[in-house]
Unconditional design. Structure first.
Length: 84
């Protein structure tokens, strides 16, 4: 699978059933070339609009299934939501 194919997939949290968004980026370990985490933009500031100032950084170990159009993850959302 290519990274560009992963970026087209929607991320769903199986703990809450919520849609988190689409994969925006990935963190890669440059030493061995493995994917460390996927990055999903956080919720919008006002009713989902006007951009965001946070993102979900989801470790690869929390991914439960990668399907043809979605990625299922098992996380506690508040634990993986990071502000920048």
């Amino acid at each position: 699978m290519r990274i560009c194919e992963l970026r087209e997939r929607e991320v769903i949290n199986i703990c809450s059933g919520r849609r988190l968004g689409c994969v925006a980026d990935v963190e890669i370990n440059v030493c061995d070339g493995t994917v460390e985490a996927i990055i999903v933009p956080g919720p919008g500031k006002i009713c989902g609009f006007l951009g965001t100032d946070c993102e979900y950084v989801i470790p690869f170990g929390c991914i439960r299934k990668i399907g043809p159009d979605i990625v299922l993850v098992e996380i506690q959302e508040e634990k993986f939501l990071q502000k920048f």
